[in-house]
Design a protein around this ligand. Structure first.
Ligand code: PLP
Length: 350
């Protein structure tokens, strides 16, 4: 079977990109309030932002109903995914494995693979949800971690909350679970779908969240983990515990976290663009996976890499995948104008 790896990131250099729809960013961010806080923070940039980091950590803890010891901050969630990949691979020792769905987001797994761990892939079900039975069966003595991205990237599929909860409650008695919720803010009911409650109940579960998506902070680098304090202390041996966040970014993040109007606006604009894309695809006779994230994956009728290149030549940057015997294209939600640019370019190639 074809590797379910990303096969086509368009070459941006030299091509005039009119619609940047390949990295699941929020084109409306950072919010005006976050920008103001960032601008004001520049003059105090000579100081380590210790107080702001403490304030930010308190906010995250309060909002999630956990203690500050249950929160580990990072310069983007990627730093924390990589630190977790290192920690669990080292803990698992020789020939350890990490169980996950395929395809999924590979940052934690790539780190683990580089250190010698095996990725025990389980194929997704016909509905592109996780095969929970298959995952439980794939877990063995050498499994150091189970990784679940929810909503998953690149599918955008959100798991049923009660099935996911039951699976996590059960499996976390045997193995630690890492739940990457980078896109959870875009779900219809993030609180109901997030597995944060399991941390509060004492389960061996880690939740990763990022400001890179709905907060529009991809280039500003803010993320965090919610988990059991002992586990976070171990993971923190391989990262900076928030020390790598810049003063400007952390002060911006504090402002953004309180800016609920901006978050509501961003979510509504994302939905508007998604509806537009769904209609564009339907009109052209294309199917798509119903997405709970800020991107949509749909099956294409030609080879993916070439298609991505042709779209890039038309000024539209997207990504392609190949899995389940099919080429797929993933389109991030841009502004409505960017989606129209996508629609026009797609119309000439579809
Ligand atoms: N997790 C998922 C599922 C992602 O898609 C991404 C980035 O696209 C990340 C984590 C890492 O994001 P960041 O390091 O910007 O927080």
């Amino acid at each position: 079977p074809a590797e379910a790896a990303a096969v086509g990131l368009p070459k941006l250099a030299g091509l005039p990109i009119k619609a940047r729809l390949m990295s699941n960013e929020n084109p409306y961010g950072p919010s005006a309030k976050a920008q103001k806080a960032i601008a004001e923070a520049i003059s105090s940039g000579w100081m380590y932002p210790r107080e702001s980091i403490m304030t930010f950590k308190k906010m995250i803890a309060r909002e999630n109903g956990v203690s500050e010891a249950h929160v580990l901050l990072g310069a983007g969630s990627g730093e924390l995914l990589m630190a977790s990949g290192i920690h669990y691979t080292m803990k698992g020792g020789a020939a350890t494995n990490i169980v996950g769905g395929d395809p999924t987001y590979m940052q934690l797994l790539r780190t683990a693979l580089a250190l010698g761990a095996e990725f025990k892939k389980t194929t997704l079900t016909k509905d592109f949800t996780y095969d929970f039975n298959g995952m439980a069966a794939a877990v063995n003595d050498k499994t150091s971690l189970v990784y679940l991205c929810n909503p998953n990237n690149p599918t955008g599929i959100l798991e049923d909350a009660s099935k996911m909860t039951a699976f996590c409650e059960d499996l976390s008695k045997k193995k630690p679970l890492f739940i990457d919720e980078a896109y959870m803010d875009y779900a219809a009911d993030p609180k109901a779908s997030s597995m944060t409650e399991l941390v509060k109940k004492g389960h061996n579960v880690l939740i990763a969240r990022t400001f890179s998506k709905i907060h529009g902070f991809a280039g500003l680098r803010i993320g965090y983990l919610i988990g059991q304090p002992d586990t976070l202390r171990e993971i923190n041996k391989f990262c900076t515990g928030g020390g790598s966040m810049s003063a400007t970014s952390v002060k911006g993040a504090i402002a953004s976290y309180m800016d609920t109007d901006f978050l509501t606006y961003s979510k509504a604009k994302c939905l508007e663009s998604k509806e537009y894309l769904y209609k564009t695809l339907k009109d052209k006779g294309y199917d798509y996976l119903p997405s709970s994230a800020n991107f949509v994956l749909f099956p294409i009728k030609t080879e993916g890499k070439g298609f991505v290149e042709k779209m890039a030549q038309k000024g539209v940057a997207i990504k392609s995948w190949e899995f389940a015997g099919q080429h797929w294209c993933r389109v991030s939600m841009g502004t409505l104008d960017e989606m129209k640019t996508f629609g026009e370019a797609f119309g000439t190639l579809a």
